[in-house]
Write a protein that binds this ligand. Structure first.
Ligand SMILES: [Zn+2]
Length: 325
């Protein structure tokens, strides 16, 4: 009998329409429009089996006979609940949501994500970042430069092993003014986490399943054995306590992992999810399940892209695929 393929999709969030300041390039960040998300879920529910975490076992041991799609969201953002949940319910689909417990506890968008909105409204600008003796300055003059500048800031932070999400709104300044002194982003921003209460409700209804995503969202590859154990253990404990759910899966913050991660992970979790540009096809490693990062532009190419990951990668690079729906 034919063996079923496993496809995993990764999202961050959903927007009702493209906001003015939402400038990220076509392939980054895994946000999609509400109408595209609906098309996608409708397509997946018609064409594939929409999976729950417990179904993964049959794809790993090769007994699955149908092609299956696992829908995953990293970070547990508010938009999944306001815009995504009604669609998931409509098609009777379940999504797995990976939670960073400190982020959910704080309940606000991490400072670094406010840069896009604030720069859009305060150009020309000089951005400064301060962290333990690290100082970085970036000049941004035009709207076209916002997105590349934010990419450059992130790259510099990674180069210096500063976790972007650990920066407070006082460690980032625009034109010498700390971010906490600027106006708030409408609705709390696109990276605002959903509350534990709403998560609890959605778990109860069965619309979502919960996974772990680190306590602090620090890249796992930066952590020592002991630090990683704390990061995983505390994350798992808090989520299980808050949501009364058994957490068996973990997705790697920023897609970062190393040999240390893969050796420690099984003490806490059955499945690990990486964050790559391709979806999984035949050979599946349960500690390193790859996911297809759903792009903002033309997410509807999913049937093509997940069916032919290599072709999809090439086409996506040139942004030249037309929607298949
Ligand atoms: Zn994340």
């Amino acid at each position: 009998m034919r063996q079923g393929s496993l496809y995993t999709l990764m999202f961050h969030g959903i927007v009702s329409s493209k906001p003015d300041h939402f400038l990220y390039g076509p392939n980054t960040n895994c946000f999609v429009r509400e109408k595209d998300f609906e098309k996608l879920i409708r397509y997946c529910s018609k064409k594939y089996r929409v999976l729950k975490l417990k179904d993964l076992a049959s794809y790993l041991n090769g007994t699955a006979t149908e092609d299956g799609v696992l829908i995953t969201f990293d970070d547990g953002l508010q938009s999944l609940y306001t815009l995504g949940l009604p669609i998931l319910k409509k098609y009777n689909a379940t999504a797995t949501v990976f939670i960073t417990s400190d982020w959910t506890n704080k309940g606000i968008q991490p400072a670094v994500f406010s840069l896009e909105y604030l720069l859009y409204h305060h150009l020309p600008a000089t951005v400064n970042i301060y962290s333990d003796g690290f100082i970085y300055e970036k000049r941004v003059d035009t709207k076209e430069n916002i997105s590349p500048s934010i990419d450059a800031i992130w790259a510099k932070l990674f180069e210096n092993k500063i976790s972007p999400l650990s920066l407070t709104d006082q460690q980032i300044t625009i034109n010498s003014k700390p971010l906490n002194l600027f106006e708030a982003e409408p609705g709390g921003g696109y990276w605002k986490p959903v509350s534990w209460e709403i998560l609890q409700q959605a778990v109860k209804e069965g619309t979502i399943e919960i996974g772990a995503h680190g306590k602090t969202h620090t890249p796992f590859a930066w952590l020592s054995k002991e630090q990683l154990e704390n990061e995983l253990n505390e994350n798992k404990e808090v989520i299980e306590k808050k949501l009364q759910a058994n957490v068996t899966s973990c997705s790697f913050p920023h897609g970062s992992y190393d040999a240390n991660t893969l050796s420690i992970l099984p003490e806490y979790f059955t499945y690990g999810f990486a964050n790559k540009m391709v979806s999984t096809q035949n050979k599946i490693e349960k500690l390193n399940i790859t996911r297809y990062n759903v792009p903002f532009q033309r997410p509807n190419n999913i049937p093509l892209l997940i069916g032919y990951p290599f072709l999809g990668k090439v086409l996506r690079k040139f942004g030249s695929v037309t929607g298949l729906f």
